[in-house]
Design a protein around this ligand. Structure first.
Ligand SMILES: [Zn+2]
Length: 314
């Protein structure tokens, strides 16, 4: 009996992680297989890119998720581990923007186009390609400075509320747009809101997105490699000026691209092995430190005008 108690304690331990709304967290695991059950989601454990006997899961958290504690379960053939995901309120700035009014109140003749483009994007993002196409760190798609961070609470033309689903990079003149990592091009199209758009499938439910481009040098179905030139930035779609909008969709959920890349790239750093050996209850890798320059926004700022705001960046 005592033996069974000790065994069950060994096989049942608790892990704890913090994740802000709109961000994602990577949970390292000792096995490269199994499932993380989280509410109604079953997230497949992925093999570690450097140490194949280890695993990890990516847990993206929706922007509109309110702060609360999520009790998840990691299971494989021999282990059951409780994983507590503490959803925190991320701090995002506010932005007030002016764009062409047709991009806030689109004319009736383009509504079907917008709906079709949204449906096409949702169809792409909900598909999880089982294989992984990349085996290197992700890179930024453009050599430029950031002009607008992910997650900003935005008001367009004084009326329409939304949030920024990616990060913007300055590109006053057309600049080469590079693939963030290896993958397969799954969409190349001029869309109403996002303008010239490329989407890359990196496998395992990870997609990177490049908006407002002016020239395409790849086509759907092309394999691309990390750093490959895919075309030029531009000023197409709903914009306030020329720039590149860059985003990630992970398991169908929009996620902070800069933070996601920072976390996934940590898997390639030697210290990752050290973090795997830290006692689980002390392993809280993403502290949400307050940034004094940011204005806290309401965690659940649902759009006030129809579901149009949901259509903006997809
Ligand atoms: Zn943007």
């Amino acid at each position: 009996m005592k033996f069974l108690l000790i065994l069950s304690l060994l096989l049942y331990s608790a892990l704890g992680y913090d994740v802000g709304n709109g961000k994602s967290v990577i949970v390292p695991l000792d096995k490269p297989y199994g499932i993380l059950q989280l509410n109604d989601r079953n997230i497949t454990v992925l093999p570690h890119p450097v140490y194949p006997s280890k695993g990890f899961v990516i847990v993206p958290m929706d922007y509109y998720e309110k702060p609360h504690l999520v009790h998840a379960n990691y299971t494989n053939s021999i282990e059951h581990t409780s994983v507590e995901i503490n959803v925190t309120c991320a701090l995002y700035p506010n932005e007030v923007l002016s764009v062409d009014n047709s991009k806030v109140c689109p004319p009736p003749e383009v509504l079907q186009r917008i709906a079709d483009e949204k449906a096409e994007a949702e169809h792409i993002y909900k598909h999880i390609t089982p294989e992984r196409y990349w085996n290197k760190p992700f890179v930024r798609p453009i050599d430029s400075i950031t002009t607008s961070e992910y997650g900003s609470a935005r008001t367009y033309n004084g009326v329409l509320k939304s949030y920024h689903g990616g990060v913007d990079f300055r590109a006053k003149t057309p600049l080469p747009i590079l693939a963030s990592n290896d993958g397969v091009v799954v969409l190349v199209k001029d869309r109403y809101y996002s303008g010239g758009t490329i989407i890359i499938d990196h496998g395992e439910g990870v997609y990177s997105c490049y908006f407002h481009m002016s020239q395409f040098d790849v086509k759907v179905g092309d394999p691309v490699i990390q750093g490959q030139d895919m075309g030029l930035s531009g000023a197409t779609g709903r914009i306030t000026g020329p720039h590149l909008h860059f985003g990630f969709m992970i398991q169908g959920i929009q996620s902070d691209p800069i933070e996601f890349m920072a976390q996934i790239n940590q898997l390639f750093e030697p210290k990752e092995l050290v973090s795997l050996s830290v006692p689980p209850t002390q392993n809280r890798p993403i502290p949400q430190s307050p940034r004094s320059s940011k204005i806290p926004v309401e965690t659940n700022p649902l759009p006030s005008l129809s579901n149009l705001a949901e259509l903006f960046f997809f």
